[in-house]
Write a protein that binds this ligand. Structure first.
Ligand SMILES: O=c1[nH]c(=O)c2[nH]c(=O)[nH]c2[nH]1
Length: 276
């Protein structure tokens, strides 16, 4: 939470703007989680919390709520989904950062950025990397066929109009946040799997562009893709064993260093985003 005045901290005894303790903030999260109708949608629950804090404490100018969801998938036992047992099917998380800001004239501004973090993927073929700059600094060989692996961090930012405070949650309720999350994840995996990748950069652009194209609510989509290298081991020292290029069977995973390829694709100004 952000206050309008540093006096809150310097003069806590006399000021009419006391600190909201983190204890109250934590307890508020529990109480609102209990009554919330939207607790299954990270973005809406975060907006509900953020609006609560800005509504309740009139000296709070802005609330920033972060929610991270871990994966819990239902166990399949004897071929059937189990009624009450789950397992963590991957370290990937779904996240959201929601900023609720008090505006003048009883209006409210909401900024929402959602994300997938730590989605670990690998494909054994369908990836090349050629025609890059070759100069005195280059040691990397061109390749028509390689393993491609990365740990996807993807994020997407929503275009949300500033509205009257009392309309804020209703307006947000029109955005299909869960469907958009499912779709970004699906596009990311499908593009990764199906693209005949010319480079991480080229595949990244296809993913981001399709997400922007699919969802008019999205303003910007960003990816950060570390290049996890698996290089074929040169075994020629051992009786001339062939293990490079089309002969590769034995690969060495390289932990460090590796490139981190990042890009943000934004909607062109003249292509209509959401009109809520
Ligand atoms: O797709 C790639 N992009 C790069 O920029 C790069 N750099 C590198 O060493 N390998 C790769 N692969």
């Amino acid at each position: 939470m952000a206050n309008s005045s540093v006096k809150v901290y310097l003069d806590n005894q006399e000021t009419p703007r006391p600190t909201v303790s983190t204890d109250s903030i934590k307890n508020t999260c529990y109480v609102i989680a209990k009554s919330s109708k939207v607790v299954d949608t990270l973005e809406l629950f975060a907006a509900e919390l953020g609006n609560h804090f800005v509504n309740t404490y009139d000296w709070v100018e802005k609330a920033h709520v972060t929610i991270i969801r871990h994966r819990w998938a239902r166990m399949v036992i004897n071929g059937k989904p189990h009624t009450h047992s789950f397992w963590r099917d991957g370290e990937e998380t779904r996240q959201t950062d929601v900023f609720v800001k008090r505006q003048t004239n009883g209006r409210r501004m909401t900024e929402i950025k959602s994300a997938i973090a730590g989605l670990n993927v690998l494909k054994t073929t369908g990836s090349s990397f050629e025609d890059f700059v070759r100069d005195e600094y280059t040691t990397l060989a061109e390749t028509k066929d390689r393993i491609l692996s990365t740990i996807v961090d993807a994020s997407w930012e929503f275009k949300i109009p500033t509205v009257a405070t009392e309309q804020s949650l209703t307006i947000l309720g029109q955005i299909p946040f869960n469907q958009i999350y499912d779709s970004v994840r699906e596009v990311t995996c499908k593009t990764f799997a199906e693209d005949e990748s010319a480079s991480v950069q080229a595949t990244l652009y296809k993913m981001a562009e399709e997400c922007i194209h699919n969802w008019r609510w999205l303003e910007r989509v960003s990816y950060a893709l570390p290049n996890r290298h698996f290089f074929a081991v040169d075994l020629s020292y051992f009786r001339g064993t062939k293990n490079l290029q089309e002969h590769a069977d034995v690969y060495q995973p390289l932990s460090d260093p590796s490139g981190l390829i990042c890009a943000t694709v934004a909607r062109a100004p003249d292509t209509a985003a959401a009109r809520l």
